[in-house]
Design a protein around this ligand. Structure first.
Ligand code: NAD
Ligand code: SER
Length: 317
């Protein structure tokens, strides 16, 4: 059985991925870690948990040794909007953190899975049906670290034989943990505000399409690629994966099917709008489909129905 270490496990993805992996691989085989503790008792008390700053290479090695880790799922990162506020910090965490993970993996024969993002593309990338292999000239620090991370993971595979794998994730929508400061966060907040206030003010302009995905599909993709037959993998790192592409008004239309009085207004944030404008409208994920049978389960309608149902329970409305 795998012995998995997750870094940055108390964020939007990690809080769900830890529980998902513990179900698949056993509670004691999944070590959760984060730089700080947060109020997620299911994750912290449901199996091994360690405080770990990924910039501390010695502590990372100590934890890998203590638990005989053979797989690291590296999630600790600074996302796009926070990254533009603190670019030096984003560079440090996103690149030096990944370097520490790859080095400990090289020294100990550990497999590494780490997500890239739609942010690895930029304004000169073809925006529609964005190919797997295409122009990548992002203009955010987050995007720069993601492209460099993709290349670094490829390098550790070809140069040192480290089994590195990863996907380019779309914006993720989920109801357990709030998103950590990205550009696509509006697509989560809109559901909370729909339930709580029956209205939402969007910082992203009408007509701005971005790739998005519901969390269950993200969890499924991580397991599928982690377990994929290596002989079939041509790309290994940074697979485009897609599920749905929409603009704020598409969400409005879908939410109105459940809450007919819901109102959407706009107060556009120029920083996050510029980031959104530089990202693809929709990615071509045919390589993931061909190389490891990727296929999403949720579209906008199915996700909206489930998000509203789950949030009504969570927010007791
Ligand atoms: P998040 O911001 O919700 O969580 C990140 C976690 O990392 C937080 O719990 C934070 O405390 C922790 N962290 C920050 N600095 C750390 C450090 N130095 N050491 C250890 N932990 C640290 O992020 P997320 O949404 O869960 O994203 C996880 C990964 O997925 C990131 O690489 C991100 O770029 C990628 N991704 C996320 C999305 C999305 O929509 N959520 C989309 C594309 C890619
Ligand atoms: N959801 C992420 C962000 O907006 C995409 O990587 O930063």
């Amino acid at each position: 059985m795998r012995k998995i270490l997750l870094t940055g496990c108390l964020g939007q993805i990690g809080t769900e991925l830890t529980l998902h992996f513990r179900k698949e691989y056993g509670d004691n085989n999944v070590v959760a870690s984060n730089r700080t503790k947060k109020d997620f008792p299911e994750v912290i008390d449901g199996g091994p948990f360690e405080l770990l700053d990924v910039l501390d290479a010695n502590r990372l090695a100590e934890i890998c040794n203590k638990y005989k880790i053979d797989t690291i799922v590296h999630l600790a990162a600074i996302l796009s909007a926070v990254g533009e506020v603190k670019p030096q910090h984003a560079f440090n965490v996103n690149l030096n953190g990944l370097y520490n993970v790859l080095e400990v993996a090289r020294e100990n024969g550990i497999q590494v899975f780490t997500p890239s993002s739609i942010a690895a593309f930029g304004p000169s990338t073809p925006p529609d049906n964005t190919p797997q292999d295409t122009i990548q000239r992002p203009n955010t620090i987050y995007g720069v670290t993601k492209v460099a991370g993709e290349l670094l993971c490829d390098y550790y595979y070809t140069r040192f034989g480290v089994d590195t794998r990863g996907v380019r994730l779309p914006g993720l929508i989920s109801y357990k943990a709030l998103p950590g400061g990205g550009t696509t966060d509006y697509a989560v907040h809109i559901y909370y505000d729909a339930i709580l206030h029956n209205r939402y003010e969007s910082y992203i302009a009408a007509g701005t399409k971005m790739d998005m995905m519901y969390m269950p599909d993200c969890l499924k993709a991580f397991t599928m690629l982690l377990e994929a037959n290596p002989d079939r993998l041509i790309h290994r790192n940074a697979f485009n994966i897609a599920a749905m592409s929409f603009a704020p008004e598409d969400m409005e239309k879908e939410i109105k099917k459940h809450l007919p009085d819901f109102e959407l207004s706009y107060n556009v944030d120029p920083v996050r709008q510029a980031i959104a404008d530089s990202w693809p409208n929709s990615m071509d994920d045919s390589c993931a489909r061909e190389e490891w049978d990727w296929k999403p389960d949720y579209d906008l309608a199915a996700m909206t129905e489930d998000m509203l149902k789950q949030l009504r329970i969570k927010l007791a409305k």
